[in-house]
Design a protein around this ligand. Structure first.
Ligand code: FBP
Length: 549
């Protein structure tokens, strides 16, 4: 494999670990748990994996003989920096528990489990991927495991290979599937354990036991570096507004974290837009108002951060998207045979309610085309393909033109659009993610060796130095509630959206006016892998603020 000089140096990095995992380890059982909501329904659906206790690993004094395992690992969903370190931590942990343990990587995501595509992960392979970004060691995919037929195939394939534990590294949807698979295997007495690991750059898989998902730290730092660079450019040339859309399908955690790291002039938070029931026009008016006020101070430049999921939080767009979801599902074949986008738009518009068809027809064609793109296997709209930054930029331009006509604006408005998404998902993991992921993988190996199933690896105390982190496991059922999916109530892991009474959002609100009217930009610079811990080991503002409450 070709390697850059940084990759070669980074390959030698030894991830920092909690002291409790360094020698003899003992498992400690905590409180029994219950689900976040809908306890009776979740308990009835998960009779074998409900109500399990929280687990913690502490320094022990009695060496244990763990049985030998064949473990299968799957990377599921979007890439997130650090996935390779979860796998290397898992590998090292398994070998420490029992040198006869073997690790198999199922290829291309959950479909690898169903289609029986795998490769054994040996020490040589693992060494090539330590501390690197990406999921290319085994690939990833978005296939949803949900039908009994799929579960049966997974069972047969695992049985044939002798795999008696599966680790699913994924976000909320993938870990929901991990939980269902764990229950299925337990109910059928297959003896196959399932352990989840919390992954997603979106940062929306978190709760009282999972402080953050891995990849969020590195992705936000990567985007913040770029935003900082753009802000310095804006502050130098003083002639452009930069509309920057940031990845994060639903929650605005990435956008909020990047705002705290870079202090832009305007930050949109989808959860606030929804709470205030803001229309698209109101959102644009708010942006235009800041542009006008800055122009009065002679400042005709600035930055606007936009979470990619915002379209789904604007009430009229939310209704439109929900109607589109039903129409596209119901008339899939009819839409597929229509050749031009115009024909598709006309067909779809004729099926929408009056209000939604008005909204749909008022949108620029490129946006309405993007809203009709295929949904992902979990039914999600592909918000990463919707150019919301262009929509807001064009609408702001039109609004300012009108204000100029009315004599209420005299400034100049030059705008550029950017989307930062995929460039953050496979960055070389920051020290935080490299250490956190390695510890998560190592913890997963202990949960397996201790015979646990239906657990998610958890590491707490994350704002403290790594030697003080607390590794353990949390029953996945405790994170579940019932939600409507495709018209039916289903058990799913509750997604963590930005809390409007939480410390990170409050910090934004406290500073909003000053950041809007001045140019208080922060320039975080690139991720530092070496050097003082105050720079290279520091984690996100979100985590620091959440933990300091
Ligand atoms: P996960 O939830 O699977 O981690 O993926 C998150 C994400 O990166 C979103 O931020 C983004 O909207 C989406 O994946 C893009 O998906 P795709 O890789 O399929 O284009």
């Amino acid at each position: 494999m070709l390697k850059s000089p940084l990759q070669i140096e980074r390959g030698k990095y030894i991830p920092k670990m909690p002291t409790s995992l360094k020698g003899i380890v003992k498992i400690v059982e905590g409180e029994k748990t219950q689900s976040v909501a809908d306890q009776d329904q979740i308990k009835a659906m998960f009779p074998n994996t409900y109500g399990l206790p929280i687990l913690k690993f502490e320094t022990g004094n009695e060496m244990k003989q763990y049985p030998a395992y064949k473990v299968g690992v799957v990377l599921s969903g979007g890439q997130a920096p650090g996935g390779h370190n979860v796998i290397s931590g898992l590998f090292d942990g398994l070998k420490a528990c029992n040198p006869d343990n073997k690790l198999y990587g199922f290829l291309g995501g959950p479909s690898g489990l169903v289609d029986n595509k795998y490769k054994e992960l040996t020490a040589d392979i693992i060494d090539e991927y330590r501390n690197t970004g990406g999921f290319d060691i085994i690939g990833s995919g978005r296939t949803k495991l949900e039908t009994p037929e799929q579960f049966d195939m997974v069972h047969q394939n695992c049985k044939a290979l002798g795999v008696n534990a599966v680790v699913i590294i994924g976000g909320d949807d993938s870990n929901t599937n991990a939980c269902i698979l764990a229950e299925y295997f337990a109910a059928k007495k297959t003896g196959i354990q399932v352990i989840g690991v919390p992954k997603t750059i979106d940062g929306d898989l978190k709760n009282e036991v999972v402080e953050t998902s891995f990849g969020f730290d590195t992705a936000c730092k990567t985007y913040s570096e770029l935003i900082g660079n753009i802000q310095r450019d804006a502050n130098s040339a003083k002639k452009y507004y930069h509309f920057i859309r940031l990845m994060g399908r639903s929650a605005s955690h990435i956008c909020l974290e990047c705002a705290l790291e870079t202090q832009p002039n305007i930050t949109i938070v989808s959860e606030e837009v929804e709470k205030k029931q803001m229309t698209l026009d109101q959102l644009v008016s708010e942006i235009a108002e800041v542009v006008v006020r800055r122009a009065e101070k002679g400042l005709n430049y600035g930055t606007v951060l936009i979470p990619e999921g915002v379209v789904e939080f604007i009430p009229e767009m939310k209704i439109l998207i929900s109607e589109l979801n039903d129409i596209l599902a119901e008339h899939e074949a009819e839409v597929a045979v229509l050749e031009s986008n115009k024909d598709k738009r006309d067909f779809v518009a004729s099926k929408l309610s009056k209000a939604s068809s008005e909204v749909f027809n008022s949108l620029p064609n490129n946006i309405s085309n993007q809203l009709m793109l295929d949904r992902d296997p979990h039914g999600n709209v592909q918000v990463s393909a919707i150019e919301t930054e262009k929509l807001l930029m064009d609408m702001t331009k039109a609004k300012l033109k009108q204000l100029k006509k009315d004599g209420k604006y005299t400034g100049k408005f030059g705008a550029l659009g950017h989307f930062f998404g995929y460039e953050g998902r496979c960055a070389i993991p920051s020290n935080f993610d490299a250490d956190y992921c390695y510890t998560l993988g190592y913890t997963a190996s202990l949960l397996i060796s201790e015979g646990k199933t239906g657990y998610m690896a958890s590491v707490k105390n994350l704002t403290k130095p790594a030697d003080q982190w607390i590794p353990g496991g949390a029953p996945i059922t405790m994170m579940m509630n019932m939600e409507k999916r495709h018209g039916e109530l289903k058990p799913v892991i509750q997604k963590a959206l930005v809390e409007l009474d939480g410390a990170p959002f409050k910090k934004l609100v406290e500073n909003r006016e000053s950041w809007a009217m001045n140019s208080n930009y922060l320039y975080p610079g690139p991720i530092q892998y070496f050097g003082p811990a105050s720079v290279s080991d520091v984690t996100t503002q979100t985590l620091l603020l959440e933990q300091s409450k």
